[in-house]
Design a protein around this ligand. Structure first.
Ligand SMILES: Nc1ncnc2c1ncn2[C@@H]1O[C@H](COP(=O)(O)OP(=O)(O)O)[C@@H](O)[C@H]1O
Ligand SMILES: [Mg+2]
Length: 261
């Protein structure tokens, strides 16, 4: 397998009430093509800051992020993510997409879900007719009834809205989908359905997924590999089974004990 995204020595410090907080402390990891990588750790360990730096929503203090473009067999090119500007940055946002914790955050409350899903496709220059037909295809893919296209975000359940947010994210055929606690705000049964959906979409589309959560049990169902973060550092890395059965770090043992596996 070849790397799609590579993060090297990434660092971010915040000034919090006059004190320097190192949210992300020189972390390095990679995401392979077509794989689901879990990023787990307790609240405040730096997961979202990491995601936000990959998405260029938060500026990194130091380090490198590279996205590998094109077919690895035919001489793929590395994109220096932290240096992207203008049109190149816009293009990057088609290659990488995000699903947030609160599904409603992915949509403008004044627009219908259908328009919300179509928006990103129209931004790439796709015609309205094509975007519309693709929007209905996407609704079917995420197992939502076509009628939901006309509803507003507040008129559907959290699970339905998250399905629509996933459809919106996949609309531009990204290479990497970052899910930051995408199921944490949902009921347990709905959580399981969304995880099953993500799994299905991963297999169907080959999209790579960075699944950020604080729940090792969830990661076990879904991820090919997992990295564990603690106080801004990566303290463990392996397959979910390796990490759960043979945790090396005390912190991981605690995380396992608190999870319902
Ligand atoms: N914009 C910010 N300003 C100041 N401190 C922040 C900011 N964002 C995150 N932090 C701090 O950085 C640390 C990591 O936060 P975060 O990445 O959100 O953790 P997680 O997503 O793992 O819960 C925390 O101590 C948090 O308080
Ligand atoms: Mg977070």
């Amino acid at each position: 397998m070849s790397h799609l995204l590579e993060v090297k020595n990434l660092k971010k410090t915040f000034l919090n009430k006059g004190q320097q907080v190192t949210a992300v402390d020189h972390i390095s990891f990679f995401v392979n093509r077509g794989e689901c990588l879990g990023l787990v750790g307790e609240s405040g360990c730096g997961k979202s800051t990491t995601a936000n730096m990959i998405l260029r929503l938060t500026e990194a203090d130091a380090g490198e992020i590279s996205l590998c473009e094109g077919d690895p067999e035919e001489g793929a090119q590395e994109k220096n993510v932290l240096k992207l500007r203008g049109r190149d940055l816009k293009k990057y946002y088609q290659e990488i997409q995000m699903v947030f914790q609160t599904p409603q955050d992915s949509f403008d409350p004044r627009c219908t879900l259908g328009d919300g899903i179509m928006e990103s496709m129209l931004n790439t220059g796709m015609s309205r007719i094509e975007a519309k037909s693709r929007m209905y295809e996407l609704l079917e893919k995420v197992e939502l009834a076509p009628e939901l296209a006309k509803r507003y975000p507040h008129e559907v359940s959290g699970g339905q809205c998250q399905r629509a947010a996933i459809a919106r994210a996949l609309a531009v055929e990204p290479k990497l989908l970052i899910c930051d606690e995408a199921t944490s705000a949902l009921d347990v049964t709905v959580q399981a359905q969304i995880v099953a959906l993500l799994n299905k979409l991963k297999n169907e589309t080959g999209v790579s997924i960075l699944l950020i959560c604080h729940d090792l049990a969830l990661v076990q169902h879904m991820c090919d590999r997992v990295i564990v973060m603690y106080q801004g550092k990566i303290v463990e890395e392996g397959t979910p089974d390796e990490v759960i059965r043979h945790p090396k770090e005390d912190y991981t043992k605690l995380l396992i004990r608190s999870a319902v596996l």
